[in-house]
Every structure is written in structure tokens, then in C-alpha cells.
Ligand binder design. Structure first.
Ligand code: ADP
Ligand code: GLC
Length: 492
């Protein structure tokens, strides 16, 4: 049984700023079900330390810059979906016991000591591969996003000095966030001098945690096959495409899954009525309930377009703004849940004011409302500029909402457009447009209205979408195979 330690900064349902939390909240359990001995290492954030049960100390880690040691405590987080997953928290209250997100004060300012906060996380992971906890020694470190990138570097150097035999996987969830800091931070992290350089953690004379992951990991994965190809191009490589091309033999894409324990309209406790592909009636109740909640006309005949999203450049919802009047004229409704870019929030707020019975903005982050929206929705909008995987289009499919997406990253891998030929071949599941332009999105919206006017076809596409299965078990099998390959390489 491979002992694999997942290292990350978020975990659903306790700490979440995006899909990363959903992944770390589901993949380790799926790996355990597939026969791996998986556990998770996370920083000791207040939202986690307060829900850790049966905690026992398993070791301490001395920060290379001195000061108090950090303590590793192992236990279980108090959530049904995590009941079977051992979790190790890195406790160092001066670094982690703070209000805000895992990365900053919550109003957009990153913590100034983030290099220390995330270097220590990486160092603790590497120590867990060196036997600091005699009862459980990691054979593979699986680091998620830049936050865990240094785990791969510390482990590579420990292997060089024969203190570790563990392998490492680095998964890119979003190449746009790289964890880049001033050079000065490097000196106190306890890495050997030769880690500084183009063949190391240096990125244009700065320290890059992302690069540490990409350079030192035995394997690099991304969360969809298409994104794995895209990041090797200048356009989507965010300055790291050269390195990614160099390492292309070690780079692959493994599509994320959907956690059935959380996202299943037949059992979801957060929605107005249960439904499934075979017993769809409850979906109309969910739609009526959301229309009432949002002050929209109670019309089942109005196609309900929805978006549950961070409102940022990446997500592309700015493309939609110019089409809202037309969408309403055609008889559609729109519900947006999200927050972020102030100008975009203003634009949706203005549209809701102009069309109060057809458009609604719910600003903020609301997990329960997001379930009610997917359950009610007819079309889920994900017009992203780029999208490493994207989970909301998969949740949409599950809940009988047809995704309308741009053909990029994981969106391209999970949705098939309602072209005449794909309708005829019975494989279409949604609406896909190519270019990141408002005109292309508008045409996709027209396709949605056209299909809506043919209810029998709509029902068929919806049923097909609901039957798609993006299971974590498939992803878990692929990661397991990767761990085995690495293990064989290291012992060869
Ligand atoms: P990303 O991680 O880039 O934001 P994903 O589609 O992978 O995109 O994951 C986003 C996750 O966050 C999904 O679980 C989605 O339902 C959730 N989410 C996004 N915005 C909100 C919001 N305003 N309220 C509740 N959940 C949200
Ligand atoms: C990132 C990406 C998103 C992906 C998620 C989980 O936040 O932006 O596309 O689904 O990570 O892997």
C-alpha cells in the first residue's frame, strides 16, 4: 500500500477559496478507497485546529530561520466526508493562527510572511518522508499548487543526501498563481545554495514556489489533459511554458472528479426537492423555489441561466454583460452568485436593477445557495478565458443544467457542443464556443435558446448530461499508477 501524503492549503468543508478545496477534500478518500494509504498535511489554520478530533502529536519541525518549533498533530477532521482520512496539522500559532483566508487578510492583502508560512509546510512534508513520525513515513509527497511547491524541493535535496527515498508529484491547479517573492526570502529557507538558479527555484531573480514544484517534482500533473497541453504554449504558460516543455515527458493531465457524497441531486439535503435523470420532477420544484427566493417571475417556461463563480478575469463573465438585455428580451432569466472584481459586480447589480424580475445578483460566497442554484438551473455559464479543470460545469451536468462553456482546459474535456452532428450522434451535453469574444458567447446563447424551443431535444441532452460520470475513482486509479511508476524509478 503506497503511503502518500497530500500537501495543500485548503480542504472542503472547512477552508475553501475555490476548487482546490474540493479536490483535497475528496481525492485522498478516493485514493484510500482505491487501496492507497493516503493522508493530508495542512497548515494549522484556526478553522482546522478547532475541528481536529483525537489529536496526537507525531513530531516537531524546527524552522530554518530559528524561533519556536512547529508541532505536527495527527487526527481526524470533524466532517462525514473526511471520516476515513487521517489529517496532520502543522501547528505554529505565530504563523497560522490568524483570521482571513489561508493566504491573506481577506481583503486582498497577502500575508507578508507567506514565504515562511508555506516553506515550513513544504519542509514539514519532506520531514514526514524522512521518518520524523516513526509510525507513518510518506513514500510519495503529493503537493498541490504553489503553496506546497517547496515540499518537492526539500524532498529532492533530502534524496540527494540519502535522507529520503520518497518521490513527489506536483499538481498544478492554477498556473496563474505562482507564489513569487523577493529574492531576500530565499536565504532563510534552509535550501542549499545551488537551489538558486534557473535550474532551481529562481524565476527572473525572484523566488518562485511554483517553479520549485515544477522543477523538483518527479512528476507534474494538471487537473485536465487539455490544460496539460495548453500550459506548454506561450499563450497559457504564464512564463513557465519553457520549463514545462523541457519537462514534458513528466507532465500529464488527470481530470478532477465530482464528490458524489456532496454533489448528488437524489440525496442533496440542501435543495428544495430531490430528483434524478429518471425522476426529474423535483427539478421544477427547485427552479420555482429559486425563482421565488430571488424575486424572479415564477415561470417554468423561462430558461434559467446561472453562474456560480469567482468574478475574476479568468472566469470570463465580463463577456456576458453585453448580452444580458438580449437574454431577457428572449425570455431568459439570469442568477449570478459570486464576488470579486468590483466593476463586474456593479455591472451585474445594474442589470438586476434594470430587470428585477429576470436578473438577480447574489454577491458573496454561499455554499448552500450554490447547491440550490445548480438544482434550479437550466444553463450554467462558464465562459472562462482559461480553466485548468473547472468543477462547476461538472456539478451542472450532474444537476441537469446544460453547461455553456468556452473550449479551454477542463471545459473542453468535459462538455460536448450541441452541433447538429453531435445531436444526431447523441453525444452533445451542452454549448461550447471557441474564441474569447462576446460575439461567440452570444451565438452560444442563441444555440441554447434554439434548443430550449425544442423541449424534447432539451430533455434528451439533459438526460445524457446527467448520466455522465466524472468519478474520483477514475482519477484515483490514474494517480495510483503514477505513484507506482515513481516508486519503481526510485528503487531502480
Ligand atoms: P476555481 O477553483 O477556479 O474557482 P472551480 O470550478 O474549480 O473554479 O471551483 C470553484 C468551486 O467554488 C466550486 O465548488 C464552486 O461551486 C465554488 N464557488 C465558486 N464561487 C462560489 C460562491 N460565490 N459561493 C459558493 N460557492 C462558490
Ligand atoms: C483551480 C482552477 C480550477 C480547478 C480547481 C481544482 O482553482 O482554477 O479550474 O477546477 O483548481 O483543481
Amino acid at each position: 500500500m503506497t503511503r502518500v501524503l497530500h500537501v495543500g492549503a485548503e480542504i472542503y468543508p472547512f477552508v475553501k477559496t475555490g476548487g482546490l478545496a474540493d479536490v483535497i477534500g475528496a481525492l485522498p478518500a478516493a485514493l484510500r478507497a482505491a487501496g492507497a494509504d493516503a493522508r493530508v498535511l495542512l497548515p494549522g489554520l484556526p478553522a482546522l485546529t478547532t475541528v481536529l478530533r483525537d489529536a496526537k502529536p507525531v513530531g516537531s519541525v524546527q524552522p530554518p530561520w530559528g524561533g519556536a518549533a512547529a508541532e505536527l498533530v495527527e487526527g481526524r477532521l470533524d466532517a462525514p466526508s473526511l471520516a476515513d482520512v487521517p489529517v496532520v496539522l502543522l501547528r505554529h500559532d505565530a504563523l497560522y493562527a490568524r483570521a482571513g483566508t489561508p493566504y491573506g487578510d481577506g481583503s486582498g492583502h497577502p500575508f507578508a510572511d507567506n514565504p515562511r508560512r508555506f516553506a515550513l509546510l513544504g519542509l514539514a512534508a519532506a520531514r514526514l518522508a524522512q521518518g520524523i513520525d516513526p509510525a507513518w513515513q510518506a513514500q510519495v509527497l503529493h503537493a498541490h499548487d504553489w503553496h506546497a511547491g517547496l515540499a518537492c524541493a526539500y524532498n529532492a535535496f533530502a534524496r540527494r543526501s540519502h535522507k529520503s527515498r520518497a518521490g513527489s508529484v506536483f499538481t498544478i491547479h492554477n498556473l496563474a498563481f505562482q507564489g513569487v517573492f523577493a529574492r531576500a526570502a530565499f536565504a532563510e529557507l534552509g535550501l542549499p545554495a545551488d537551489a538558486w538558479g534557473v535550474q532551481g527555484v529562481e524565476f527572473h531573480d525572484q523566488l518562485s514556489f511554483m517553479k520549485a514544484g515544477l522543477h523538483y517534482a518527479d512528476r507534474v500533473t494538471t487537473v485536465s489533459p487539455t490544460y496539460a497541453r495548453e500550459i506548454q504554449t506561450h499563450e497559457l504558460g504564464a512564463g513557465l511554458d519553457g520549463l514545462l516543455r523541457e519537462r514534458s515527458a513528466a507532465v500529464s493531465g488527470i481530470l478532477n472528479g465530482v464528490d458524489d457524497a456532496v454533489w448528488d441531486p437524489a440525496h442533496d439535503a440542501l435543495i428544495a426537492a430531490h430528483f434524478s435523470a429518471q425522476r426529474i420532477a423535483g427539478k421544477a420544484q427547485c427552479k420555482a423555489a429559486l425563482q421565488q427566493e430571488c424575486g424572479l417571475d415564477a415561470q417554468d417556461s423561462a430558461p434559467l441561466f446561472t453562474a456560480v463563480s469567482r468574478l475574476t478575469e479568468q472566469k470570463g463573465l465580463q463577456l456576458l454583460v453585453g448580452s444580458i438585455d438580449r437574454l431577457v428580451e428572449r425570455g431568459g432569466q439570469l442568477v449570478v452568485l459570486g464576488s470579486g472584481d468590483a466593476a463586474l459586480e456593479d455591472a451585474f447589480r445594474a442589470a438586476a436593477k434594470k430587470h428585477p424580475r429576470h436578473v438577480c445578483l447574489r454577491q458573496g460566497y454561499d455554499e448552500a445557495l450554490s447547491h440550490r442554484i445548480f438544482a434550479a438551473s437550466d444553463v450554467t455559464l462558464v465562459p472562462s478565458r482559461f480553466e485548468p479543470c473547472g468543477l462547476t460545469q461538472m456539478y451542472a451536468l450532474r444537476y441537469g443544467s446544460l453547461p455553456l462553456v468556452r473550449r479551454t482546459g477542463g471545459l473542453a474535456d468535459t462538455v460536448i457542443d450541441c452541433t447538429l452532428e453531435d445531436l444526431a450522434d447523441e453525444c452533445a451535453t451542452g454549448f461550447v464556443f471557441e474564441r474569447f469574444e462576446a460575439d461567440d458567447l452570444t451565438r452560444a446563447l442563441r444555440r441554447a435558446f434554439t434548443l430550449w424551443s425544442r423541449p424534447r431535444d432539451w430533455r434528451e441532452v439533459r438526460k445524457r448530461g446527467m448520466a455522465q460520470r466524472f468519478g474520483w475513482n477514475t482519477a484515483a486509479e490514474r494517480y495510483l499508477a503514477l505513484y507506482h511508476d515513481i516508486g519503481r524509478e526510485i528503487s531502480a
